[in-house]
Design a protein around this ligand. Sequence first.
Ligand code: HSE
Length: 308
Amino acid sequence: MTRVKVRVPATSANLGPGFDVLGMALNLYNFIEMEATDGGLEIFVEGEGKGILPADSRSIVYEVAQKVFKTAGYSPRGIKITLTNSIPIARGLGSSAAALIGGAVAANELSGGKLSLEELINIASRMEGHPDNVVPAAVGGFTICINTEKDGIIFRKIDPPKVYAVAAVPFFELATKKARNVLPKMVSMGDAVFNIGRSSLLVYALQKGEFQLLKDVMQDRLHQPYRVSLVPGLEGVFEAALDAGALGVFLSGAGPTVIALVQEKDHIGRIKYSMKEAFSKHGVDCRLLELEPDAHGAVIMENDGGIV
Ligand code: HSE
């Protein structure tokens, strides 16, 4: 194998109460092409992150590829990577997880497919620091994951719910590190119980299609209240989306993107308008994306043998 092309989806982590545990893949994609060459390193970035993401050995796609090559015992003379990105950077839509798992899957295919998807997920999650974006980017759908000392990441996937995800993506970036630094080191028993209950019922609601539960079960006390200070207008956007008919609404990952889940297609226009207006009251301009859950995760699109 000398050449491979991988498609990898955007993801939304937490979904309200499931901090660092729940995630969902969305139908917005990055493409990673990786080729073994005669020598040197070439990296090209198109689309989101062009001129911003490092196009040299600091690229996280290259870094994860190196780890996979080493584990697989493969050493290409040179490598060419072409990234064609649609996932906005540092907006809470899993761009770094997509780069890491997409890069890991591509590198694994190039080195003969020696590592399992679980091994790739563990490598990418260790680099990312938490698994809740990496897992849905790898396998698609709605996912639940835990990190264990002995067995690494354990996860399960539920078929994605039949809903639309309206994403209000502010024009400003928010680094995950900054958004994690505002979180407390300790939380109260009351807040922990508040989230455990909602997170558990959220899994049930999405699995059974009991969407009327989402408004309540997407509430959170572990991260969103602390991140309000970093996303001007957050509470107003939540309220506006619910008033306009959203099933549930949450800060996507570490933010600043807000996602409203919607059942009826003809509610989407009204919800988009109300989220944009609520953000603009706080001087925040945003773009609006109409997305749907992705069921597949990272997919090998092409290799030496042609279209897969
Ligand atoms: N669970 C993570 C957080 C997702 O909220 O910080 C961000 O990548």
